[in-house]
Design a protein around this ligand. Structure first.
Ligand SMILES: C[S@@+](CC[C@H](N)C(=O)[O-])C[C@H]1O[C@@H](n2cnc3c(N)ncnc32)[C@H](O)[C@@H]1O
Length: 175
């Protein structure tokens, strides 16, 4: 949905930048970060190739905290790198630095008893519990929330993932 006014969007864990560049092409003022040097470099190259500006930098999601405001916070396939004990504090920071009526558009990998663990073992990755993401947004308006199961062929081994998707909006109470 192209923005109808100036909107600042943050892509957390932008990878090679496909989504960040897509948002910039569509008129958002995009900031993005990733822990991977290669990802940051590829995001810059893709933005240059397409002719858009993305403010992209290297950062670790565990250390990075917001100190300026965004209208949209977007993250896909990354929030599993936040250890469970850090989630509450990090989400409070993301929510605090979201402008009134701003949205968070997120997905997280979730554990399901009927889905086998993924073949790649990552010691720094922590699956979410199904429904856990919603618990961080009890005071926001849940515009959409769903769970999907999809096929994946990473490492050349066919397997499945379960994922929760969420769109939540910060509504300011009017007196
Ligand atoms: C599954 S990819 C998703 C990338 C991108 N969001 C996309 O949808 O294409 C996971 C990304 O998380 C990044 N990542 C892993 N640990 C991270 C951390 N501690 N802080 C920031 N980014 C991290 C990886 O470098 C990788 O780019």
């Amino acid at each position: 949905m192209p923005p109808t006014k100036h909107l600042k969007l943050l892509d957390i864990g932008c990878g090679e930048g496909k989504d960040a560049v897509f948002f910039a092409r569509n008129g958002y003022d995009v900031t993005a970060f990733d822990i991977s040097d290669a990802g940051v470099e590829k995001t810059k190259r893709l933005a240059d190739k397409i002719g858009v500006h993305v403010n992209v930098f290297k950062a670790d999601i565990l250390d990075f905290r917001l100190d300026s405001y965004f209208d949209v916070i977007y993250s896909s396939g990354v929030l599993n790198y936040i250890k469970p004990e850090y989630r509450d504090e990090i989400f409070r920071n993301y929510k605090q630095y979201t402008n009134p009526y701003g949205v968070h558009v997120l997905n997280v990998f979730v554990n399901k008893p009927f889905i086998a663990p993924p073949p790649e073992k990552e010691s720094n990755s922590f699956m979410w519990r199904s429904g856990e993401l919603l618990t961080h947004y009890q005071d926001w308006f849940i515009k959409d929330s769903s769970e999907i199961v999809f096929d994946c062929n990473s490492s050349g081994i066919p397997h499945k993932h379960a994922m929760t998707k969420l769109i939540a909006q910060k509504i300011i109470k009017l007196d």
